[in-house]
Design a protein around this ligand. Sequence first.
Ligand code: ATP
Ligand code: MG
Length: 228
Amino acid sequence: MILSLKNVSKTFGGVKAVNKCIFEVEENKITSLIGPNGAGKTTVFNIISGLAEPDSGIIRLGSKNITGLAAHKIAKSGISRTFQLTKVFRNLSVRDNMLIAKKASDDEIKRILKSIYFDKPLDTIASELSYGQQRLLELARALLMPHSLLMLDEPTAGVNPKIRQELKTILRNLRKEGKTVFLIEHDMEFVMDISDTVIVLNEGKVLKVGKPKEIVKDRKVLEAYLGK
Ligand SMILES: Nc1ncnc2c1ncn2[C@@H]1O[C@H](COP(=O)(O)OP(=O)(O)OP(=O)(O)O)[C@@H](O)[C@H]1O
Ligand SMILES: [Mg+2]
């Protein structure tokens, strides 16, 4: 187990966005966090990565308690992530967007871009990239950060089918390299195809954890998605 949440809660005003949430993410696996809009998925990611403070509960990365640590300290501990709304700097080149993660040679940057099938020159200004390419650039930046756990918030959203298929290969290759991938995703075909484990969140609580096969036929999960 690389990551664990124990009884993590977070309230915004009167809304219990995350409600005594408990789960574990296994090392060297692809784990997906799914659930209806507003289920609390992004809030869980923000709490893990230190962008939101939980009201209560404990988050562990390996044996280290990272609850309430500042985001940069959590990043240093080995968590790298991307965002639901891309955070690419549109006025900067591909190279300079990558250098925000850390110092790196052109060769190192090119090696990462190649591994995710990104073939634009390093001097390309990010605003000239397609939306899908901007998302890949953000993924590349997350990969350049030294990490043991990679967290992706809806990596396929707005991305064309070709890149979507490539993303599957990218994530499987990361797993082969020993990395742990934890992603939020609404594309069920994608989730069921690549995940080792699926965690279903509903109204801030874990509704079900299981292998894709077990999740697709679960009555509670279907009800949560379709409404009761
Ligand atoms: N900063 C905030 N201030 C107030 N309410 C918030 C804030 N962030 C999230 N919420 C609320 O918390 C709940 C969970 O939101 P969250 O963004 O975590 O959902 P989500 O599962 O990621 O949804 P989606 O699939 O639509 O991205 C929602 O009711 C949302 O309105
Ligand atoms: Mg979200």
